[in-house]
Write a protein that binds this ligand. Sequence first.
Ligand code: OAD
Ligand code: ZN
Length: 228
Amino acid sequence: MKKVFILMGAGISAESGLKTFRDANGLWENFKVEDVASIEGFEKNPKQVHEFYNMLRPQMDKALPNAAHIAIADFEKRADISLYLVTQNVDLLHEKAGSKNVRHMHGRIDETVCLKCGHVIKTPEKSAFDDVCDKCGAKGYLKPNIVFFGEMPMFMDEIENELKSCDVFVAVGTSGVVYPAAGFVQEAKYYGAETYLFNLEYIENNYYFDHQILGKASETLPAFLQKL
Ligand code: OAD
Ligand code: ZN
């Protein structure tokens, strides 16, 4: 059975109306990464960090999956392939499209974690730093369950194994600047996978992608997955 590893980035959610991070007018043009997505920023001003994700949450709640999300959900159902789907996105558009097994390596917008005991809860409409943890009762330790710069992404052991054993590696809508995700293609290729990038823009000097397919993921990805 063909093993397919798919790594998603913000580009796939752009067509559902969510902002990417580094494109023109992207999130990081309007907010400082170090303020709202770094562990140092969180230590300095946790209130501001909670407010940022409280602002994003309703936009993500409203967004609807597009043709690329739906094509991936259909792909997962196929009996002749085995799909391992990793997303860097914290939105839940894959789940809304019907994907069953999604690894959110950078966390999820609908979760809050207690830094004292590690307990993860579903975020109510808004989260606040000084809410009390359901499990350990500590106050002042809650953080959006989103991986910040300075923290380790989730599922890394499992991801390593999947990169080593996949036959096809596909990255979609990701600028390839945030590690470790940006290094996955190199590893997959090293272990023998055929590698593809579906992106709006060409990534220069990347020797690890065998194929770079330019265009909107909603237009390029469905046909490709059908042929695989
Ligand atoms: P970026 O914003 O860095 O890159 C998005 C990429 O998607 C760009 O290369 C665009 O060309 C491409 N793109 C835009 N629209 C597209 C479309 N319709 N079809 C195909 N491609 C399209 O986003 P990421 O690479 O996902 O971390 O960013 C990685 C991480 O940086 C994020 O997960 C986030 C951020 O800091 C956290 O929030 C933890
Ligand atoms: Zn706790």
